[in-house]
Structures are given as structure tokens and as C-alpha cells.
Design a protein around this ligand. Structure first.
Ligand SMILES: NC(=O)c1ccc[n+]([C@@H]2O[C@H](COP(=O)([O-])OP(=O)(O)OC[C@H]3O[C@@H](n4cnc5c(N)ncnc54)[C@H](O)[C@@H]3O)[C@@H](O)[C@H]2O)c1
Length: 368
């Protein structure tokens, strides 16, 4: 059982921070928050999280010198640049100062939005992440990317800004709606593919306990801890995504194209990533001879987790049109992450559209 993980951002040694784990909001965590001696705290959350966790928020309010609780409407559409001005003005009206701290209590939307506000208000004040979705625990609260959307693209305005600490309370998962599990699980599968040891452990857990809804704290603790560790190790070597960090986009190139083709309205991000991972495995077989045995094993894991593997009847050539617009592309070439083996991603590669079209047909034949 693990209860803390140090995230080393090597280039900026003073930016190291801890992710602390528990199955409840520990007394030590309140004590830790008090010890920081921030002049005031502002909790930014959304209305769903507020509904479920009013008691915790009240408790935080009582324990800390919280100036305000800012309850935002839930949803990706509210992670938009146009809503930042009203929040900046509220915070300035509430006399937030450079020694204040913002607590992001919520999923990835709140983490990204509140983190962006913290990174820019008064040229940057402290912030703390309390992730409440599985995706936020294993992905968005780790790595220090904060951003908001603009009309022409998601996450286009943002920065790299590390939190002071991340408080990961697995108990939040008890109220998570079904569709949100897929988003976190797809990223957990992706992380496992990047590390042999983590993959073996994860495979054994899924094999022996296929119903993740019945996993107890110690299983979740191991899965979340190891998943974060994979991401943290990558980020610590390449905080600003100059090379290695791009391996975290495994499966995401096609996922982004699927989301963009369907105007972000048909599939959740996790449903798109899951399908994109299938494509990435099949393309890796074609280009880097990733073994059939491994691919089938991963498909089995994904099926046990009830992740979607099919093409949803989407037209490959339409997806291809959207592949070209991915913001990670350089000089019109489609950048793509392949896998040579579990734990051996290959980055800085190009995707040949014809290969994609062939593999998309193969995916359709295999899974519909
Ligand atoms: N910064 C990064 O590195 C990074 C990485 C991946 C994703 N992201 C971003 O994360 C966002 C997606 O995050 P998400 O999947 O957490 O979505 P989200 O924040 O929209 O949360 C999903 C839904 O679950 C609700 N919710 C949250 N916690 C809950 C709980 N414990 N119980 C019940 N309901 C709860 C929310 O109100 C929301 O309706 C996207 O904007 C994406 O761009 C950022």
C-alpha cells in the first residue's frame, strides 16, 4: 500500500511536489494545508462535485481561512477563456494576494481551469489539486499542464504550472457516473502500455478481478499509484513536451480526430481514446512488428474493462481529414506514437494516411 509519491520535475528541482493517497480526506491533509500558512484559500469546484461533497467543502471552510468557494457550472464548455475574466475579477474583488492559494476540487475541467487561473492571476499564485474523477487522478492532475479552450480549439491557451501538492482521495470514485470511468480507464491502459512492470501488474489485476467496480481500496491504490508513476516519470524527464513527453499521446492522434470529426458531441474522450489505442496497436503491428500475442492480450484487457474497441462505423477517410489538423503535427506531417513492445514506445514518427486507412478497415473487421 502506498500513501505518497514524489513527482520530481528534474530540470526545476524546486518544483518537486507530492501526490498523497488515501481512501478518505485525512486529518493530516487538513494539517498540511494549515501548515502552508497561505493568507487565504479559494476553492474552485463545479456544481456536481459541490452537490456530492458539500460536507467536505464545509469542513475545509471551517478548518482553513477560506475566503470564498467558487462553484462553476460543470462541463467542458465552461473551461473556456471567455469565462476567465469574471473569475479573475471575482478573485481580485475578494482581495486575493500573492500568498493566497487556489484549491481545484473536481475533475480535469476544474483542474485545468483553476490551474490556469492560478498560473496567471497576480503572475501566478499557489494551487493545490484535489482530483475527484479517475481521469483527473491518473492524468490531468499530474504533469502541470493547465489550459482553457478558445473557440477554434481545445486547450489552446495555457501554461505549464505545477501544483504545491495533489491530494488523491480514492473515495471520490464512489459517486462517479458510469461514463466517467471509461475516461480514466482508457488512460490507465495507455499508461500501462508504456511500462512493462506496470503492464504485468495491471494485467494480473484485471485478469483476476475483471469487475473493476468491485475493486477495493488496495487494488485501486495500486492501479492509480502505478499509473501516475508512469506519467510522472515521463513528465519529470520532459516537463515541457520537447520530445519524450509526446509518448503520452499514444492512441490520442486518432482519438482527437474522432472527437473533432464528431464535434466533441458523440463520444466521451475515453471512448475515443480507447478506439484510438486499438488503432495504435494495429498500426504498431504493421510498422514495428508489435506481436500479435501482445495485441490480443491488450484487447482482452480492454474488453474485460468494457472499453469500446470498434470503429463506431466512422468513415476512415473522414477521420483522415481530421488527422491532418492535430495541433501536435509539424509542417503538415502527422506525428504518431507507435509501440515496438510493451514499455517501448517509438516517438517522432510519421503516420502514413494509407496505413491508417488499411488498419481502420482491419479494426472494423475485428470489432465492427
Ligand atoms: N492537464 C492535463 O494534463 C490533462 C490531461 C487529460 C485531460 N485533461 C482535461 O481534463 C478534462 C476532462 O476531465 P474529466 O474527465 O475529469 O471531466 P470533468 O472534469 O468534466 O468531470 C466529469 C464529470 O464528472 C463530474 N464529477 C467529477 N467528480 C465527480 C465525483 N467524484 N462524483 C460525481 N461526479 C463527479 C463533473 O462534475 C463532470 O460532470 C478535459 O478538459 C481535458 O482536456 C487535462
Amino acid at each position: 500500500m502506498f500513501d505518497k509519491l514524489l513527482i520530481p520535475i528534474e530540470e526545476y528541482i524546486n518544483k518537486n511536489y507530492y501526490i498523497l493517497f488515501s481512501d478518505h480526506f485525512k486529518k493530516d491533509w487538513f494539517d498540511l494545508l494549515k501548515q502552508y500558512n497561505f493568507s487565504k484559500y479559494v476553492i474552485i469546484t463545479d456544481d456536481n462535485v459541490y452537490h456530492f461533497y458539500k460536507n467536505l467543502i464545509n469542513q475545509l471552510e471551517n478548518e482553513l481561512s477560506i475566503a470564498k468557494i467558487l462553484i462553476r457550472p460543470a462541463g467542458e464548455e465552461f473551461k473556456h477563456l471567455k469565462y476567465t475574466q469574471e473569475v479573475f475579477e471575482d478573485l481580485i474583488r475578494w482581495e486575493i494576494d500573492r500568498k493566497s492559494c487556489i484549491i481545484a476540487l473536481g475533475g480535469g475541467v476544474i483542474g485545468d481551469f483553476a490551474g490556469f487561473i492560478a498560473s496567471t492571476i497576480l503572475r501566478g499564485i499557489a494551487f493545490i489539486q484535489i482530483p475527484t474523477t479517475l481521469l483527473a487522478m491518473v492524468d490531468s492532475s499530474v504533469g502541470g499542464k493547465v489550459a482553457v479552450n478558445v473557440d477554434i480549439g481545445k486547450n489552446m491557451v495555457g501554461s505549464f504550472y505545477q501544483p504545491k501538492v495533489v491530494l488523491c482521495n480514492i473515495d471520490f470514485l464512489n459517486t462517479l457516473p458510469d461514463k466517467e470511468w471509461i475516461c480514466g480507464l482508457a488512460e490507465i491502459v495507455k499508461h500501462s502500455l508504456l511500462n512493462k512492470h506496470v503492464y504485468q501488474n495491471f494485467k494480473n489485476i484485471v485478469w483476476n478481478h475483471p469487475d473493476y467496480k468491485k475493486w477495493d481500496f488496495s487494488l485501486w491504490n495500486q492501479v492509480i499509484y502505478e499509473s501516475i508513476k508512469v506519467k510522472a516519470e515521463v513528465v519529470s524527464k520532459d516537463e515541457k513536451e520537447s520530445g519524450l513527453r509526446s509518448i503520452l499521446n499514444l492512441g490520442h492522434t486518432v482519438a482527437h480526430a474522432i472527437e473533432s470529426l464528431t464535434n466533441y458531441k458523440v463520444f466521451s474522450h475515453g471512448e475515443a481514446v480507447s478506439r484510438g489505442l486499438v488503432t495504435a496497436l494495429l498500426l504498431s503491428k504493421k510498422k514495428f512488428q508489435l506481436s500479435e500475442e501482445i495485441i490480443n492480450e491488450v484487447f482482452k484487457i480492454m474488453q474485460l474493462l468494457k472499453l469500446p474497441l470498434d470503429t463506431a462505423d466512422l468513415d476512415g477517410s473522414k477521420i483522415a481529414e481530421h488527422l491532418v489538423y492535430d495541433k501536435k503535427n509539424l509542417h503538415g506531417k502527422i506525428k504518431y506514437i507507435y509501440l515496438e513492445d510493451i514499455g517501448k514506445p517509438v516517438y517522432d514518427q510519421e503516420l502514413d494516411i494509407n496505413d491508417f486507412l488499411v488498419v481502420w478497415q482491419e479494426q472494423k473487421k475485428l470489432f465492427g
